[in-house]
Every structure is written in C-alpha cells, then in structure tokens.
Design a binder for this molecule. Sequence first.
Ligand code: GRG
Length: 348
Amino acid sequence: MTLISTPNPPSNNAFEPLYSDLREQLAQDIETLFSYANLPNPLDEACRYVMTGQGKLVRPLLVASAFASVFDEINRSDNNLNDTNEASEAIAAQEASSEAISDLDTLLSHEAHYDMCRRAALAVELLHTYSLVHDDLPCMDDDELRRGQPTAHIVFDEATALLAGDVLQTLAFEVLTAEIPTFAPFDTTIASRLLALFAPRARRMVAGQMLDLNAEASATISQNDLEAIHRDKTGALIEAAMLMGGICAGATAPQRMALQDCAGHIGLAFQVQDDILDVTTSTDTLGKPAGSDEKLDKSTYVKLMGVEAATAYAQSLFEQGRTAITRELSSDDNALLAVIEWLWQRQK
Ligand code: GRG
C-alpha cells in the first residue's frame, strides 16, 4: 500500500512557517502526551499509530492561525494606542528601570497563552482522530484505508481500535488541564472557557453523525437537511477550533463573533469540498477510498447539486468566510486568511 506524501500547500508567506512550526510542535506534543498518558499496549501503539499518520492537521491549523491572527491584531492595536498616546514617552522614561521585569512578565504571559494554544491544537486533533477511527469501524463505514495507511481496526483489532477512539476522546479534554511536562501550568480562566465551548461542539459532532446515519435511510434529502447534518458533523469541530484559538489569544466579543461567523461558512465549505474530492480525486491522493460516498449511498452535495454547482457553492462559502474575518481582523499577513486560501486550494 502506498503512503500518501506530506500535504503540499501553495507557497504563501503567512502559511508555510505556520504549517511547518505547527507540524513540528504537534509531533513533539503528541509524543509528550502519550508518554504522560502511559497507556498499556496495544492501546498505546494504536493511539500513536493513528495520531502520527499523515493527517492534514486542518483543525490544529485553524486553532493556530486564529490564535496568530487575533494575537497580531491585539498587538497591532496596542502599538497604535501607544503611538498615539502623547504621554507615552514620559511614561516610558519613568518605567525604564522596570523594563526588564515587565518584558519578562509579557513574555511569560505570552508563553502561557501560547501553551494554552498548544493544548487546544492537541485537543481538536485528538477529538477529530477519534471520530475518524470510530467512523472507519466495521459498524460504521467499514473502511480499510485512512490517511494513506490501513485503518486502526485492520492493523490492530476492532476492540483495540474502539478503545483507541475512546481514549483519544477522553484525552482531548484531559489535555486542556493536565499537568504535562513541557507545558506551562494551565490558565484556569482560559481552560474553563475552552472546555465550555469545546464540550458542546464535540457532542454536536456525534449528533451530526447520527443525523447522517438517519439520512442514509431516506431516499431524498433537502439542502437544508444536509446543511443541518454538516453544521454539526463537520462544522462544530471547525467552529470549536477557530474559537479556541481566538480565546487563547484573548479575542474580544466582536472578534469571537467574526470567528464564529467565518467558521460556519468554512465548515460547510470544507464538507462540500470533501464531497467533491470523493468523486474527482484518486484513492492514492486522498489517502482514503475514493468514491466511498456513492458506494455507501450517502447524501452529499454532489448528489444534490452536481460537481459544478457544488464547486461554485464551496467558492461562495469560502468567500463569505473571508469576508467575516476581514470585518474584525486586518487582512495584512493574516494567518487565518492564509489557511482559508490553502483550504480552498486543497486537493485532498
Ligand atoms: C463519533 C463516529 C463518530 C463520528 C463523528 C466527524 C465524524 C462524525 C466522522 C468522521 C468522518 C467524516 C467523513 C467526517 C466529515 C468530516 C471530514 C471531512 C473529515 C475528514 O477530515 P480531514 O480531511 O481528515 O481533515 P485528515 O485525515 O486530513 O485529518
């Protein structure tokens, strides 16, 4: 079986460093997490196997890019405020002696925020990977290929795959507040806000899966019904990822609303694309069986409106996502906009 290659994003100044830093950081954090969790084998092996496959890391990327975009915006407005404050020079002179200390404070608080972002990025990837492991089980889609490699229940056995999904789900929550080596102690306020927005969206993902299974039994489905399924099944976790990144960076209420609005459009666009790629792309490129929607007679955007109309629909959803972001966050070197662009151009 061929292994899929590392995703190859388009050249983009804001995207490439973010993507490579994220891959590296996440790989280290996954290793640290499983050493901390100390799971018995073959559970440990199965968890490491599925978490170190060639996933695109879309959700952690959304966490990291929302974090970076909000963080940059907040720093930009702080700098503007400082620039326009006529008393700032006098204050700066007065505070010169304590400069080293306040710099350290800023650095430490930034580090604490950054480490909460690392926790959030891990959390969404753990939850997402659990959903894939369970979705591939014989009682669900019964798939043998995922991320370019045999699925967990093929390499291990069904019971181990089931337990791997279970423990990835519990770890997704545990990681937000656990004392894990290499992570700064968790920030109580940020952690409780992350949990409050993550848990209902994790629940919505499973509810969306149920709606999807229910829809398999019905001969026809309206666009409204299809959107209701995917707002939960696919959209809820994408929404969680963007909001969690924003929260870690201290997003204001209008910024959070913009992130939520954007996520609603991007989440749907991502699913429409997934349906299109299922019929237009090969199994080798996808790293999972192509044409599986048709085989399982799934309700998809392609079935509902055809490839051309679905592509135009995805494009308009991406455009609305971008517009929502630029309402509250500068478009200069905006990491989130760069990730949205990469998503729009994705081939798998
Ligand atoms: C709880 C069993 C269970 C399922 C929840 C999310 C989900 C519902 C099932 C996963 C299968 C699926 C087709 C979900 C739709 C969302 C989607 C397009 C997932 C694939 O995400 P990518 O493309 O995957 O980001 P990688 O492998 O790149 O991480």
